[in-house]
Write a protein that binds this ligand. Structure first.
Ligand SMILES: NC(=O)c1ccc[n+]([C@@H]2O[C@H](COP(=O)([O-])OP(=O)(O)OC[C@H]3O[C@@H](n4cnc5c(N)ncnc54)[C@H](OP(=O)(O)O)[C@@H]3O)[C@@H](O)[C@H]2O)c1
Length: 285
């Protein structure tokens, strides 16, 4: 039975990329508990079997690889038509662009092809999905588009330049669309999680051993902070509240230090001081 004030009253259907793990999986569980029908993606749909088995009537697995942009858009269009059969402009009630991964390397050390692949997938394909979703939502004047960005937009992550660019770009896209959605029934959420304990660091692409003392020390700090970070159910619960509010804007999620204090400090401090503080925070000698 749907709970009173449950999300499914406002949003019966959702499309969610990267539902197989971490924050995406926690968001899928949160939506399914609210009786929302979820089309959730992974590159290999076998990874979605636990969600299918647990919620056979509500969860529909979709194969989607950000690295194949044409196929990703086609998968989204097919799922939209399934979710709203017969509609002239089929639209999901919620679309969440969550899928993503990190590449950890000094910018000049990694081949440019690695950064290009990351930007093509995480920024261009994601923007393409946002375009398809936003266009359909505008046509029926309702819906909520969520782009999962990162607190890396407030505080850039060292040796993750491609990731920082992709997330800054996504947040800029959300700001642009939030402006365009003013006065309509569509809302756009720029969701910025801080550290959450997921498979993200295990999936991190590290092109070669980091032989520099500085790079190795930063990685140790990032990894140890990650291992004590909150579990992703908290991010899902923050997103649930934002969806129920139904207002466009930026939503930061995570520990008090990362989600509240650090962004405030980042806004107030002069850039030079901020960089020194970042170096200290990340254990850079
Ligand atoms: N964890 C954090 O601390 C944190 C903080 C800020 C922002 N975020 C963002 O939150 C999102 C989810 O990350 P997570 O922490 O939950 O990581 P995760 O546990 O590694 O999950 C990543 C998800 O993205 C999918 N994915 C990865 N690369 C993909 C690709 N090339 N094409 C299609 N799908 C792909 C994975 O699916 P398959 O591998 O099954 O295909 C998986 O479902 C990401 O956008 C990440 O940048 C995470």
């Amino acid at each position: 039975m749907p709970r009173p004030h449950s999300l499914s009253t406002h949003y019966p259907t959702a499309f969610l990329t990267g539902a197989s793990s971490g924050i995406g999986c926690a968001i899928a569980e949160m939506l399914l508990a609210e009786n929302v029908r979820v089309w959730g993606t992974a590159r290999d749909i076998a990874r979605l079997a636990p969600l299918v088995e647990k919620h056979p009537a509500l969860f529909i697995p979709v194969a989607l690889d950000l690295d194949n942009s044409d196929a990703a858009q086609a998968a989204f269009e097919t799922a939209s038509a399934e979710a709203a059969p017969g509609a002239s402009s089929p639209s999901f009630d919620i679309v969440i662009n969550n899928a993503g991964y990190g590449v950890f390397a000094p910018f000049a050390d990694a081949d440019f092809s690695l950064w290009k692949t990351q930007l093509d997938g995480m920024l261009i394909t994601t923007t393409r999905l946002a375009h398809a979703a936003f266009r359909a939502m505008q046509a029926c004047n309702r819906g909520c588009l969520v782009n999962v960005s990162s607190l890396a937009v407030d505080f850039s992550l060292p040796y993750m330049s491609g990731y920082n660019i992709a997330k800054a770009g996504l947040s800029a896209l959300s700001a642009s669309l939030a402006f365009e959605a003013r006065g309509t029934g569509v809302c756009v959420i720029d969701f910025r999680p801080g550290d959450y304990r997921t498979a993200f660091n295990r999936a991190m692409q590290i092109p070669r051993a980091n032989d520099s003392v500085c790079v190795a020390s930063v990685w140790r700090t990032i990894d140890s902070q990650f291992n004590t970070a909150p579990l992703p159910a908290r991010a899902a619960s923050d997103l649930r509240r934002a969806l129920l509010r139904g207002r466009s804007g930026t939503v930061r999620s995570g520990s008090f230090f990362q989600a509240r204090l650090a962004p405030l400090v980042a806004r107030l401090l002069p850039a030079r001081l901020l960089r020194a503080l970042e170096a200290r925070y990340f254990g850079s000698p």
